[in-house]
Design a protein around this ligand. Structure first.
Ligand code: MN
Length: 721
């Protein structure tokens, strides 16, 4: 078939899958790729363009979107031709250009063959991809390369096959793409153990007639039973893929003729209930082998695979496996993550957010520990909390996102960190607070002459390992400096919280604080703050507790002698007895000016202000009694412009109809909306939750009145959870 026909075929197929697909874009991508690769040949002498077109075909089969198909056609342009990112972006948009760029960058990764590196490499691959489609395109690329691998040098065949077996097949597996995984495994095995592979192929050929006859008989028996029972079904039967037989042979140390369980029958039905019904019929027809029934419908596999499995013994005494699932489960089993695009085609075009929500859901439903690491790795891509970099020798090092070369240096050894004077990223000098990116090669420059780490490094690092090692160094190396630094820091904080005189002038308070943290003297406490052994906040909170306790004891001895202090506050709230301190508004009840309020001295961050009618106030535990303090709105100091967030819950008889009107009223009144969500309850009733910014209670009351007047609204209440 010539290229033109091939691409027409491909476009026809896309049209069938998704009538609204932009096929002209695909044709243009083909023309650009064909022009760019003009004159290039593959190893077997074919024009190069055959490869990208075949990759695009695989992508179409997976059911991916138009952009992925275009990227598949263009995937080798950036590496091998003059058609570069900017031109791709100009002609096909940023999304296609980014996909091609992602695939190109994965291709440049270099693999070391050490076993323990493989898991990290898999993760790194995912992490670098940023977009799951890049991985899927890369899998298609690899699959076609493996299908045509016979034209490569033998050594290359082996190394590519090893890479495929160790990295790409497991990725396909974990993304639930069974079909591609199987093919990749069989193609790799063929190069990695040609003798073993041949043994199985020949063994299967010998048994072929027998197996086919048996499978045909089973198919007919089951399908007759199901037809009689009125269950719509489609049954297929096959011999399992070669690598799975290979693994069984080696695990059980048996030859192909001693392995029985190599046939599988698949029954596809319309509903989950039918799956279980079919299982019952199959167990009526054949004797099940105990312990081999697996219910992946109620407990899906970590990669999202759902099906019922059972192994039964056929009439001739040969066991075979039966898999029972619905059509939807089947598509998921074949195409995994990619099946998502298959379903969504033509429904909704531009909601990558939803796509990620879906994948996230898939990943979060994965439970076993083997998959856990992988989930983390995918999250790197979706939620970016990890980054993978290389040492100059090519070892992969895993760091938290945002880590700097300093973290990297201390990760190697504290001596490397302590002697660090600079760093190179990908061969170029870079600042030591550079944020590491996936795939960076990091080289640390050290010198024996240096005076050790700098204090501000503590603000640049991400890992606790680096933090501990730097603190260790300071603790040992510069006591005087630590004491000075610690004293300064603590004094400053005490003064700004108006606690300085309490702490310095009341020996009892000071003693209790030192005793609580186990420091023999004030000097030691300063030193600890200086090298980072304890945070100032922690000390400050303890001082606060002690001051309150002392004041209470005092007032019990001499009631009513000390009038409450008043001080003004930046937050618009006066905290009596303490004065100006950090104030935050409780999220549970979101108080606004005008509400009756009360304060709670938190263990970490100043005073948290609640509404007096908040459930958390009512349900507060008796131990916390002393922490509740009087607070009040500082009406004189609240600026006119200032806004306070608060949450409302609106109950309605008809959520969909009302939502717009609510938004309309909010916008007419120039109210900033921070959050807006709704859910439908039974029988058309619904709840809308909003978070808005208001000046105070009077504005809120007026607004509430307007909202209540909307037809269909039952009630509007402040939220307090
Ligand atoms: Mn390629």
């Amino acid at each position: 078939m010539d290229m033109k026909t091939k691409i027409d075929f491909l476009i026809d197929r896309v049209r069938k899958q998704n009538p609204s697909a932009d096929v002209e874009k695909i044709r243009l991508a083909y023309e650009c790729a064909a022009a760019a690769h003009e004159g290039q040949k593959r190893k077997n002498g074919d024009p190069y363009i055959i490869h990208p077109v075949s990759v695009a075909e695989i992508i179409v089969e997976m059911g991916l979107d138009t952009d992925s198909i275009c990227a598949g056609l263009l995937h080798d342009c950036m590496e091998d031709t003059d058609f570069q990112y900017d031109q791709i972006q100009e002609k096909f948009g940023t999304s296609v250009a980014d996909l091609v760029d992602g695939v190109t960058r994965l291709g440049r990764l270099h693999y070391s063959k050490e076993q323990e590196q493989m898991e990290d490499l898999r993760k790194m691959l995912i992490a670098m991809a940023k977009d799951i489609r890049v991985i899927l395109i890369k899998l298609a690329d690899r699959l076609h390369n493996m299908r045509t691998i016979q034209f490569m040098k033998e050594e290359k065949q082996r190394s590519k096959s090893l890479e495929t077996m160790e990295i790409y097949a497991p990725i396909a597996h974990r993304l639930g793409m069974q079909k591609i995984k199987w093919e990749l495994e069989d193609l790799s095995l063929q190069r990695l153990d040609p003798v073993g592979y041949k043994e199985i192929v020949e063994g299967l050929a010998r048994q072929q007639n027998e197996n086919e006859e048996m499978l045909e008989r089973i198919k007919q028996t089951i399908s007759k039973k199901l037809d009689d029972s009125g269950i719509k079904n489609s049954i297929s039967a096959r011999v399992k893929h070669i690598y799975s037989i290979y693994r069984k042979m080696y695990a059980q140390n048996k030859s192909i003729d001693e392995i029985y369980d190599i046939c599988a029958v698949r029954v596809i039905v319309e509903s989950v209930a039918d799956c279980y019904n079919v299982l019952g019929y199959v167990h009526d027809l054949y004797k099940p082998i105990p312990g081999r029934f697996k219910d992946y419908i109620s407990t899906p596999k970590p990669n999202g695979y759902r099906s019922l499995h059972t192994t039964v013994i056929g009439r001739s005494g040969v066991p075979f496996e039966v898999q029972i699932r619905t059509e939807e489960m089947h598509k998921m089993a074949e195409y995994g993550v990619a099946a998502h695009w298959k379903y969504k085609q033509g429904i909704d075009k531009n909601s990558s957010e939803e796509t990620y929500a879906w994948i996230r859901q898939l990943l979060e439903s994965q439970q076993d520990t083997e998959a856990e690491d992988f989930i983390k790795a995918i999250k790197v891509d979706l939620f970016s909390d990890e980054v993978f970099v290389f040492t100059p020798k090519g070892d992969v090092v895993n760091m938290p996102a945002g880590a700097t070369p300093i973290d990297f240096a201390y990760g190697i050894h504290s001596a490397v960190g302590n002697r660090m004077t600079g760093c190179k990223i990908n061969g170029h000098i870079a600042p030591i607070d550079y944020t590491l990116q996936n795939g960076d090669i990091v080289e640390i420059i050290t010198s024996k002459e240096t005076h050790g780490p700098k204090r501000d490094w503590l603000k640049m690092i991400k890992t606790s390992e680096a933090r501990n090692k730097i603190k260790q160094w300071f603790k040992k190396e510069c006591r005087e400096e630590n004491i000075e630094q610690g004293r300064e820091e603590l004094d400053r904080e005490l003064r700004s919280s108006l606690l300085y005189s309490h702490f310095m002038e009341k020996p009892e308070i000071q003693e209790n604080v030192l005793k609580k943290f186990g420091y023999p003297s004030l000097q030691e406490l300063y030193a600890a703050i200086g090298y980072g052994g304890i945070t100032v906040t922690k000390v400050l909170n303890k001082v606060k507790d002690e001051v309150i306790r002392a004041r209470k004891a005092e007032s019990e001895r001499h009631p009513l002698t000390t009038p409450p202090q008043h001080a003004k506050s930046d937050s618009g709230v006066i905290v009596e007895d303490i004065g100006n301190c950090k104030v935050k508004f409780a999220r549970c009840c979101t108080p606004i000016p005008g509400d009756d309020i009360i304060g709670y001295i938190t263990r970490g961050y100043g005073v948290s202000v609640h509404r007096k009618d908040c459930v958390n106030v009512k349900n507060s535990s008796p131990e916390d009694r002393d922490r509740w303090i009087k607070v009040s709105w500082d009406e004189n100091h609240i600026e006119v412009k200032e806004r306070f967030s608060t949450a409302l819950q609106i109950s309605t008889t008809d959520r969909m109809g009302v939502m717009n009107e609510v938004l309309q009223i909010l916008s007419n009144n120039h109210i900033n909306v921070r959050d807006f969500s709704g859910k439908t309850l039974s029988e058309g009733f619904g709840i809308i939750n909003i978070v808005i910014d208001v000046t105070g209670l009077s504005q809120l009351d007026a607004l509430t009145k307007k909202l209540r007047s909307i037809k269909g609204i039952i009630n509007v209440v402040r939220q307090s959870t």
